[in-house]
Design a protein around this ligand. Structure first.
Ligand code: ADP
Ligand code: MG
Ligand code: MG
Length: 247
């Protein structure tokens, strides 16, 4: 399980996370919603171990492993996967090589043999078939010239290859059409099971029509201020975040 207690973090001396408490049991999908600027992306970056954030207090662990003490690659090795709002473009880096490097880094850290190019292609093709993805996505540069939907597909493919135990997906939703939302939702739903948990971060309720979460948390001003079932997302869609503030 993913367990966060009293997590505080700042950027450039400005406190953004003001004491996050969150528990996501194995096998559950939780949503984090909240207005712009509430700290949603900061939380995902801090969990990923991105540079530039100072953790000033609290803890974050996954299955008892102290995430905050680990390098980003070590976090991935424990089974943590992070998908980001703005995927990087890497011109000149073939997508197949990029994905194989990510997969092999994970296999190395688990003491499993690395996959050569042929073995990787076989695995990737099988996953892509399951996800109804066109094979030419492997031949292109990483995210270069990808549409919003293709970037999402690639993210989902990366997740399907790495088979994480917990995935954190930070979705702006903005700029994503319904088809792209469905790609993400199908990818997450396909992974759902007793050994997989996810935190889906989203500004709008729309995505949660496709990924029905076990729990919904509202993040405001750097704190989780309310937690409920899937109905909470619908309520927020109808009445806005103002109703939470007033509560
Ligand atoms: P959300 O994802 O919920 O929209 P963010 O985590 O992106 O919110 O941002 C939370 C707050 O942190 C905002 O007030 C934002 O302006 C501030 N912030 C984010 N990144 C930086 C940064 N690099 N430097 C200074 N302030 C930042
Ligand atoms: Mg934002
Ligand atoms: Mg954000």
């Amino acid at each position: 399980m993913l367990k966060i207690e009293g997590l505080t973090a700042e950027i450039d001396g400005k406190e953004i996370l003001k004491g996050i408490d969150l528990e996501v049991p194995q096998g559950e999908v939780h949503a984090i919603m909240g207005p712009n600027g509430s700290g949603k992306s900061t939380l995902s970056y801090v969990l990923a171990g991105r540079e530039g954030y100072e953790i000033t207090g609290g803890t974050a662990s996954f299955n008892g492993h102290d995430l905050l003490a680990m390098e980003p690659e070590e976090r991935a090795a424990t089974g943590l996967f992070l998908a980001f709002q703005y995927p990087v473009e890497l011109p000149g880096v073939g997508n197949a090589n990029f994905l194989r490097t990510a997969l092999n880094a994970q296999r190395r850290s688990k003491g499993e043999p690395e996959l050569d190019a042929m073995q990787f292609l076989k695995t990737a093709r099988a996953r892509m078939k399951e996800l109804s993805m066109p094979e030419d996505m492997l031949k292109r540069g990483v995210n270069v010239g990808f549409s919003g939907g293709e970037k999402k597909r690639n993210e989902v493919l990366q997740m399907a290859l790495l088979q994480p135990r917990v995935a954190i997906l930070d979705e702006t939703d903005s700029g994503l059409d319904i088809d792209a939302l469905k790609i993400v939702a199908d990818g997450v739903n396909a992974m759902r099971g007793p050994d997989f948990s996810a935190v889906v971060i989203t500004h709008y309720q729309r995505l949660l029509d496709y990924i029905v979460p076990d729990r919904v948390h509202v993040l405001m001003g750097g704190r989780i201020v309310q937690t409920g079932g899937p109905e909470l997302a619908k309520q927020l869609e109808a009445s806005g975040y103002g109703s939470v503030q007033a509560a």
